[in-house]
Design a protein around this ligand. Structure first.
Ligand code: ATP
Length: 343
């Protein structure tokens, strides 16, 4: 075991279920202390990768290393990781404190030491005042935090989280995203987070692996994935993109090959924008959607393409374009992203 070993190293990891290849030769290094997300549509294999890391699932081929040692053949309880499931799986008849202390009891720790460590774990998720309640007397967000305390109290080196915020409503989910990030920073544990929610992954992660059909389609920081998606799939799955095939790219954007451009990089004006580096195309507004913080418009270009334009809801925005109005859509050439075709 070396200092420099990554928290998790996957090599050639493959899992087949009959004729389905759920995970297809995945190579991945996750750095210690990282908040790492696996993002992808339903069925892309991210949960299976998480289960392979936890040891709930055995690979068809390939290896799993945790902190420099090969654990491929080891049982889940012999791996220095813990899992938080979406349904939390709390014991209803135990108090919050007992739920958190449970994992320590199983490990044979004395009662006093158990309760002291459980209290500290509850304090880390800001729940010490609710220690004597039963899970049924808690809100969804509080239950989520109990599950986190219960998973971290045994001091795993890495925490695996399978859509842990999936059961929460939007407002609470956003609140818990901030808390989760703070808790991870405070504890300094490697978090491996599975989600199909691209916004959640962008908000929380140091790095993200985007999964598609059992493979990692792109690996990078949220900014890299958003600003430089490497394929049509990533451009489309992470955020919203205007996608142009090779023919349209050539004609409209003046670039050879497939390209994309984000809606918020586009502007509307009555006249073409003729400043250096800018390009414009005429069209007609076919839809105006008010979304509070911004206004989204669909513009059918005279060239036949369709663009989604997102402008901030501020006083300075260019034109008050309504459905049926003739406009020019403008963009800076530097905001056009080349998409490398995938095999
Ligand atoms: P979701 O977001 O819906 O959970 P996911 O990206 O996590 O999806 P997985 O659960 O890893 O995807 O599943 C990947 C593929 O493997 C799917 O096609 C799924 O049907 C299949 N699969 C997963 N577990 C099994 C199993 N135990 N038996 C058979 N097929 C399975």
């Amino acid at each position: 075991m070396t200092e420099a070993a990554p928290a998790i190293r996957l090599r050639g990891l493959t899992r087949e279920f009959g004729s389905v290849t759920a995970v297809d030769h995945v190579d991945l290094d996750i750095v210690a202390g990282e908040f790492f997300s696996m993002l992808g549509p339903s069925g892309s294999g991210k949960t299976t990768v998480l289960r392979l890391i936890a040891g709930f699932e055995q690979p068809t081929s390939g290896t799993v290393e945790l902190f420099g040692s090969d654990v491929t053949e080891k049982a889940p309880f012999d791996r220095d990781v813990n899992t938080v499931f979406q349904d939390y799986a709390l014991f209803p008849h135990m108090t919050v404190l007992e739920n958190v202390a449970y994992g320590l009891r199983v490990r044979g720790l004395g009662r006093a030491a158990r309760l002291e460590r459980a209290r500290a774990a509850l304090a880390a998720v800001r729940l010490e005042s609710l220690a004597d309640r039963k899970p049924s007397q808690l809100s969804g967000g509080q239950r989520q935090r109990v599950a986190l305390a219960r998973a971290t109290v045994v001091e795993p080196k890495a925490l695996l989280l399978d859509e842990p915020l999936g059961a929460l409503d939007l407002k609470l989910r956003e609140q818990m995203q901030v808390e989760l990030k703070q808790i991870q920073r405070d504890l300094g544990i490697t978090f491996i987070f599975v989600t199909h929610d691209q916004e959640e992954a962008l908000t929380l992660s140091d790095r993200i692996a985007v999964f598609n059909a059992g493979r990692i389609e792109q690996l990078g920081t949220p900014r890299e994935l958003y600003e430089h998606p490497a394929s049509r799939f990533v451009a489309d799955f992470v955020g919203t993109s205007n996608l142009f095939d090779a023919q349209l790219s050539e004609r409209l954007l003046g670039h050879a090959g497939e390209h994309s451009i984000r809606p918020e990089k586009l502007r509307l004006s009555a006249e073409p924008d003729e400043r250096v580096g800018m390009r414009s195309a005429p069209g007609v507004v076919s839809e105006t959607i008010y979304i509070g913080s911004g206004i989204r418009r669909v513009v059918d270009l005279d060239s036949g393409a369709r663009m989604i334009v997102l402008e901030p809801n501020d006083r300075d925005r260019g034109v008050r374009a309504e459905r049926g109005d003739h406009v020019h859509v403008s963009w800076h050439d530097a905001d056009v992203v080349a998409l490398t075709p995938v095999d």
